[in-house]
Design a protein around this ligand. Structure first.
Ligand code: 2RA
Length: 336
Protein backbone atom coordinates (compact mmCIF):
# COMPACT_ATOMS: atom_id res chain seq x y z
CA UNK A 1 0.00 0.00 0.00
CA UNK A 2 1.31 3.51 -0.70
CA UNK A 3 0.18 6.80 0.80
CA UNK A 4 -0.34 10.46 -0.09
CA UNK A 5 1.96 12.38 2.24
CA UNK A 6 2.24 16.09 3.04
CA UNK A 7 4.88 18.06 4.93
CA UNK A 8 3.48 21.27 6.38
CA UNK A 9 6.34 23.76 6.74
CA UNK A 10 8.17 22.06 3.88
CA UNK A 11 10.68 24.91 3.47
CA UNK A 12 11.74 25.09 7.11
CA UNK A 13 14.83 23.49 8.64
CA UNK A 14 12.89 20.54 10.10
CA UNK A 15 10.49 20.37 7.13
CA UNK A 16 13.43 19.98 4.76
CA UNK A 17 14.86 17.25 7.01
CA UNK A 18 11.47 15.50 6.93
CA UNK A 19 11.55 15.43 3.11
CA UNK A 20 15.12 14.06 3.14
CA UNK A 21 14.20 11.38 5.67
CA UNK A 22 10.99 10.35 3.86
CA UNK A 23 13.29 9.49 0.94
CA UNK A 24 16.01 7.85 3.06
CA UNK A 25 13.49 5.70 4.97
CA UNK A 26 11.74 4.69 1.74
CA UNK A 27 8.43 5.82 3.23
CA UNK A 28 5.76 4.27 0.90
CA UNK A 29 4.77 7.55 -0.75
CA UNK A 30 2.30 7.46 -3.68
CA UNK A 31 2.22 11.27 -3.95
CA UNK A 32 4.17 13.93 -2.05
CA UNK A 33 2.54 17.32 -1.33
CA UNK A 34 4.67 20.15 0.12
CA UNK A 35 2.56 22.68 2.04
CA UNK A 36 3.59 25.94 3.65
CA UNK A 37 2.22 29.39 4.50
CA UNK A 38 0.85 31.62 1.74
CA UNK A 39 4.03 33.64 1.15
CA UNK A 40 5.97 30.45 0.34
CA UNK A 41 3.50 29.25 -2.35
CA UNK A 42 5.11 28.64 -5.72
CA UNK A 43 8.56 27.91 -4.33
CA UNK A 44 9.80 24.43 -5.16
CA UNK A 45 11.09 21.45 -3.21
CA UNK A 46 12.66 18.32 -4.67
CA UNK A 47 11.26 14.92 -3.72
CA UNK A 48 12.75 11.77 -5.25
CA UNK A 49 14.44 13.92 -7.91
CA UNK A 50 11.20 15.66 -8.92
CA UNK A 51 10.63 19.42 -8.46
CA UNK A 52 7.28 20.02 -6.76
CA UNK A 53 5.66 23.40 -6.20
CA UNK A 54 4.69 24.31 -2.64
CA UNK A 55 0.96 24.81 -2.08
CA UNK A 56 -0.71 26.82 0.68
CA UNK A 57 -1.46 24.99 3.92
CA UNK A 58 -5.11 25.89 4.38
CA UNK A 59 -8.59 24.38 4.77
CA UNK A 60 -9.26 22.06 1.83
CA UNK A 61 -5.59 21.45 1.15
CA UNK A 62 -5.63 18.20 3.12
CA UNK A 63 -8.35 16.39 1.15
CA UNK A 64 -7.04 13.02 -0.04
CA UNK A 65 -3.89 13.17 2.09
CA UNK A 66 -3.15 10.17 4.35
CA UNK A 67 -0.28 11.52 6.49
CA UNK A 68 0.45 15.19 7.24
CA UNK A 69 3.78 15.85 8.99
CA UNK A 70 3.64 19.29 10.59
CA UNK A 71 6.63 21.47 11.40
CA UNK A 72 5.23 24.97 10.88
CA UNK A 73 5.03 26.36 14.41
CA UNK A 74 2.46 26.03 17.14
CA UNK A 75 -0.10 28.46 15.71
CA UNK A 76 -0.33 26.65 12.38
CA UNK A 77 -0.66 23.30 14.17
CA UNK A 78 -3.35 24.56 16.53
CA UNK A 79 -5.38 25.92 13.61
CA UNK A 80 -4.73 23.34 10.87
CA UNK A 81 -4.15 19.98 12.57
CA UNK A 82 -7.86 19.50 13.48
CA UNK A 83 -8.83 20.60 9.95
CA UNK A 84 -6.40 18.11 8.45
CA UNK A 85 -7.85 15.32 10.61
CA UNK A 86 -11.39 16.31 9.52
CA UNK A 87 -10.20 16.09 5.91
CA UNK A 88 -8.99 12.51 6.50
CA UNK A 89 -5.33 12.87 7.56
CA UNK A 90 -3.31 11.37 10.33
CA UNK A 91 -1.34 14.35 11.66
CA UNK A 92 2.12 13.93 13.18
CA UNK A 93 2.94 17.29 14.71
CA UNK A 94 6.44 18.46 15.64
CA UNK A 95 5.26 21.65 17.37
CA UNK A 96 4.55 21.82 21.11
CA UNK A 97 0.89 22.78 20.48
CA UNK A 98 -0.72 19.37 21.13
CA UNK A 99 1.93 17.58 23.22
CA UNK A 100 0.20 17.85 26.57
CA UNK A 101 -3.35 17.38 25.23
CA UNK A 102 -4.83 14.31 27.00
CA UNK A 103 -6.38 13.13 23.72
CA UNK A 104 -3.07 13.25 21.86
CA UNK A 105 -0.36 10.61 22.33
CA UNK A 106 3.18 11.97 22.66
CA UNK A 107 5.41 9.29 21.14
CA UNK A 108 8.99 8.12 20.81
CA UNK A 109 8.73 4.78 18.96
CA UNK A 110 11.56 3.18 20.97
CA UNK A 111 9.95 4.25 24.25
CA UNK A 112 6.13 4.19 24.07
CA UNK A 113 4.90 3.04 20.65
CA UNK A 114 1.95 1.37 22.41
CA UNK A 115 0.47 4.86 22.91
CA UNK A 116 -0.12 5.01 19.15
CA UNK A 117 -2.99 2.55 19.70
CA UNK A 118 -5.23 5.27 21.16
CA UNK A 119 -4.60 8.21 18.82
CA UNK A 120 -7.60 10.15 17.52
CA UNK A 121 -5.94 11.62 14.43
CA UNK A 122 -3.23 13.84 15.92
CA UNK A 123 0.04 12.43 17.28
CA UNK A 124 2.58 14.75 18.88
CA UNK A 125 6.34 14.57 18.39
CA UNK A 126 8.18 15.33 21.66
CA UNK A 127 10.72 18.11 22.10
CA UNK A 128 14.20 17.24 20.77
CA UNK A 129 15.89 17.45 24.17
CA UNK A 130 13.28 15.04 25.61
CA UNK A 131 13.57 12.52 22.76
CA UNK A 132 17.30 11.87 23.02
CA UNK A 133 17.17 11.75 26.84
CA UNK A 134 14.34 9.19 26.97
CA UNK A 135 15.75 6.97 24.21
CA UNK A 136 18.84 6.65 26.41
CA UNK A 137 17.02 6.33 29.76
CA UNK A 138 14.11 4.03 28.83
CA UNK A 139 16.19 0.80 29.04
CA UNK A 140 17.63 1.91 32.40
CA UNK A 141 14.16 2.74 33.73
CA UNK A 142 12.76 -0.62 32.60
CA UNK A 143 15.42 -2.62 34.46
CA UNK A 144 16.44 -0.41 37.41
CA UNK A 145 13.48 2.02 37.89
CA UNK A 146 14.65 5.64 37.69
CA UNK A 147 13.68 7.83 40.69
CA UNK A 148 15.32 11.11 39.72
CA UNK A 149 17.01 12.76 36.72
CA UNK A 150 19.23 15.83 36.85
CA UNK A 151 19.99 16.99 33.31
CA UNK A 152 21.95 19.87 31.78
CA UNK A 153 21.56 20.37 28.05
CA UNK A 154 24.01 21.90 25.55
CA UNK A 155 21.72 22.76 22.65
CA UNK A 156 22.65 23.63 19.06
CA UNK A 157 21.35 26.81 17.43
CA UNK A 158 19.57 24.90 14.63
CA UNK A 159 16.95 24.20 17.29
CA UNK A 160 15.94 27.84 16.81
CA UNK A 161 15.82 27.63 13.00
CA UNK A 162 17.60 29.15 10.00
CA UNK A 163 17.94 32.66 11.41
CA UNK A 164 19.83 31.41 14.46
CA UNK A 165 22.20 29.32 12.35
CA UNK A 166 22.89 32.36 10.17
CA UNK A 167 23.37 34.62 13.19
CA UNK A 168 25.97 32.34 14.79
CA UNK A 169 27.92 32.19 11.54
CA UNK A 170 27.70 35.96 11.03
CA UNK A 171 28.74 36.74 14.62
CA UNK A 172 31.73 34.41 14.37
CA UNK A 173 32.73 36.01 11.06
CA UNK A 174 32.24 39.59 12.34
CA UNK A 175 34.23 38.93 15.53
CA UNK A 176 37.08 37.46 13.49
CA UNK A 177 37.21 40.79 11.64
CA UNK A 178 36.94 42.90 14.79
CA UNK A 179 33.39 43.97 13.90
CA UNK A 180 30.74 44.31 16.63
CA UNK A 181 28.33 41.41 15.95
CA UNK A 182 24.57 41.76 15.45
CA UNK A 183 22.55 40.25 18.34
CA UNK A 184 18.94 39.61 17.22
CA UNK A 185 17.80 36.00 17.65
CA UNK A 186 19.02 35.42 21.20
CA UNK A 187 19.06 37.88 24.13
CA UNK A 188 22.87 37.84 24.05
CA UNK A 189 25.74 37.12 21.67
CA UNK A 190 25.84 33.36 21.07
CA UNK A 191 29.27 33.15 19.41
CA UNK A 192 31.93 32.01 21.93
CA UNK A 193 29.24 32.04 24.62
CA UNK A 194 26.75 29.84 26.51
CA UNK A 195 23.22 31.17 27.15
CA UNK A 196 21.22 29.46 29.97
CA UNK A 197 17.93 30.58 28.43
CA UNK A 198 15.93 28.52 25.91
CA UNK A 199 12.34 29.60 25.24
CA UNK A 200 10.47 31.77 27.79
CA UNK A 201 11.12 32.07 31.55
CA UNK A 202 8.20 31.01 33.77
CA UNK A 203 7.37 32.40 37.22
CA UNK A 204 9.23 29.53 38.92
CA UNK A 205 12.53 30.55 37.34
CA UNK A 206 12.58 27.69 34.84
CA UNK A 207 12.25 28.14 31.07
CA UNK A 208 9.56 26.49 28.95
CA UNK A 209 12.26 24.31 27.38
CA UNK A 210 13.15 22.99 30.83
CA UNK A 211 9.53 22.44 31.83
CA UNK A 212 8.93 20.55 28.56
CA UNK A 213 11.58 18.02 29.62
CA UNK A 214 9.77 17.51 32.94
CA UNK A 215 6.22 17.33 31.60
CA UNK A 216 7.06 15.24 28.55
CA UNK A 217 9.06 12.73 30.61
CA UNK A 218 6.02 12.31 32.86
CA UNK A 219 3.63 11.81 29.92
CA UNK A 220 5.89 9.51 27.88
CA UNK A 221 7.74 7.45 30.48
CA UNK A 222 6.61 7.72 34.12
CA UNK A 223 4.98 10.53 36.10
CA UNK A 224 6.77 9.37 39.28
CA UNK A 225 10.21 10.35 37.97
CA UNK A 226 11.62 13.60 39.42
CA UNK A 227 13.28 15.68 36.69
CA UNK A 228 15.55 18.66 37.43
CA UNK A 229 16.58 20.35 34.15
CA UNK A 230 18.83 23.20 32.98
CA UNK A 231 18.71 24.03 29.27
CA UNK A 232 21.64 25.92 27.75
CA UNK A 233 22.23 27.21 24.21
CA UNK A 234 25.80 26.81 22.91
CA UNK A 235 27.52 27.90 19.67
CA UNK A 236 27.11 24.62 17.80
CA UNK A 237 25.15 24.43 14.54
CA UNK A 238 23.59 20.96 14.85
CA UNK A 239 23.58 18.31 17.58
CA UNK A 240 22.25 18.60 21.13
CA UNK A 241 24.34 17.20 23.98
CA UNK A 242 23.12 16.37 27.49
CA UNK A 243 24.89 15.61 30.75
CA UNK A 244 22.49 13.32 32.64
CA UNK A 245 22.67 12.21 36.28
CA UNK A 246 20.28 9.40 37.19
CA UNK A 247 19.27 7.89 40.54
CA UNK A 248 17.67 4.44 40.36
CA UNK A 249 15.61 2.41 42.84
CA UNK A 250 17.56 -0.76 42.19
CA UNK A 251 21.32 -1.34 42.36
CA UNK A 252 23.18 -1.90 39.08
CA UNK A 253 26.50 -3.12 37.76
CA UNK A 254 28.08 -0.48 35.52
CA UNK A 255 29.26 -2.98 32.90
CA UNK A 256 25.75 -4.47 32.80
CA UNK A 257 24.36 -0.97 32.19
CA UNK A 258 26.76 -0.48 29.28
CA UNK A 259 25.77 -3.81 27.77
CA UNK A 260 22.09 -3.00 28.28
CA UNK A 261 22.43 0.34 26.48
CA UNK A 262 24.53 -1.17 23.70
CA UNK A 263 21.74 -3.58 22.76
CA UNK A 264 18.86 -1.10 23.19
CA UNK A 265 16.98 0.30 20.15
CA UNK A 266 18.16 3.62 18.69
CA UNK A 267 21.33 3.78 20.83
CA UNK A 268 24.99 3.69 19.76
CA UNK A 269 27.61 3.50 22.52
CA UNK A 270 30.81 5.52 22.14
CA UNK A 271 32.41 4.93 25.53
CA UNK A 272 36.17 4.46 25.70
CA UNK A 273 37.62 7.49 27.51
CA UNK A 274 41.04 5.84 27.58
CA UNK A 275 40.97 6.30 23.80
CA UNK A 276 39.38 9.78 23.99
CA UNK A 277 36.24 8.11 22.62
CA UNK A 278 32.98 9.80 23.56
CA UNK A 279 30.26 11.29 21.31
CA UNK A 280 30.25 14.98 20.32
CA UNK A 281 27.75 17.04 18.26
CA UNK A 282 30.05 16.95 15.23
CA UNK A 283 29.89 13.14 15.39
CA UNK A 284 26.09 13.03 15.71
CA UNK A 285 25.13 15.65 13.11
CA UNK A 286 23.57 13.96 10.08
CA UNK A 287 23.22 10.60 11.84
CA UNK A 288 20.06 8.87 13.11
CA UNK A 289 21.19 7.39 16.41
CA UNK A 290 21.27 8.61 19.97
CA UNK A 291 24.92 8.38 21.00
CA UNK A 292 25.81 7.58 24.62
CA UNK A 293 29.22 7.84 26.33
CA UNK A 294 30.97 8.81 29.58
CA UNK A 295 28.93 6.16 31.41
CA UNK A 296 30.13 6.08 35.02
CA UNK A 297 28.88 5.44 38.54
CA UNK A 298 28.01 8.44 40.70
CA UNK A 299 29.34 7.40 44.11
CA UNK A 300 27.71 10.35 45.82
CA UNK A 301 24.42 8.41 45.58
CA UNK A 302 23.44 4.87 46.63
CA UNK A 303 22.46 4.00 43.01
CA UNK A 304 23.78 6.90 40.97
CA UNK A 305 24.78 6.98 37.29
CA UNK A 306 26.21 9.69 35.04
CA UNK A 307 25.99 9.59 31.25
CA UNK A 308 26.54 11.87 28.26
CA UNK A 309 23.97 11.74 25.45
CA UNK A 310 24.34 13.35 22.00
CA UNK A 311 21.99 13.33 19.01
CA UNK A 312 21.13 15.30 15.85
CA UNK A 313 18.31 17.59 17.08
CA UNK A 314 16.89 17.99 13.55
CA UNK A 315 16.83 14.26 12.81
CA UNK A 316 16.09 11.99 15.80
CA UNK A 317 15.22 15.13 17.74
CA UNK A 318 12.49 16.07 15.25
CA UNK A 319 12.13 14.89 11.63
CA UNK A 320 13.31 11.28 11.98
CA UNK A 321 11.23 10.62 15.10
CA UNK A 322 8.14 11.99 13.31
CA UNK A 323 8.72 9.80 10.23
CA UNK A 324 9.39 6.79 12.47
CA UNK A 325 5.99 7.40 14.11
CA UNK A 326 4.42 7.24 10.63
CA UNK A 327 6.28 4.05 9.76
CA UNK A 328 5.30 2.47 13.09
CA UNK A 329 1.64 3.30 12.40
CA UNK A 330 1.87 1.71 8.95
CA UNK A 331 3.56 -1.42 10.28
CA UNK A 332 1.03 -1.59 13.11
CA UNK A 333 -1.75 -1.20 10.55
CA UNK A 334 -0.11 -3.80 8.33
CA UNK A 335 0.34 -5.95 11.44
CA UNK A 336 -3.37 -5.75 12.36
C1 2RA B 1 15.34 24.24 20.67
N1 2RA B 1 14.18 22.30 21.52
O1 2RA B 1 16.36 23.55 20.63
C2 2RA B 1 14.00 23.64 20.99
C3 2RA B 1 13.08 23.64 19.81
N2 2RA B 1 13.59 22.93 18.72
O2 2RA B 1 15.32 25.45 20.41
Amino acid sequence: KTYTVAVVGALGVVGSAMIEILEEQNFPVKEFIPLDQADQVGKEVVFRGEKIKVKEATKGAFEGIDFAFFSAGGEASLELAPIAVEEGCVVIDNSSAWRMDPNVPLVIPEVNSHDLDWHHGIIANPNCSTIQMLVALKPIHDVYTIKRIVVSTYQAVSGSGKSAMEELQMQTQDLSQGIAPLVEVYPHQIAYNAIPHIDVFQNNGYTKEELKMVQETHKILDSAIKVSPTAVRIPVITGHAESINVETEKPFNIEAVKRLLEKSPGITLWDAPEKNRYPMPLDAAGKDEVFVGRIRRDDTLENGLNLWVVSDNLRKGAALNAIQIGLTLIHKTIGK
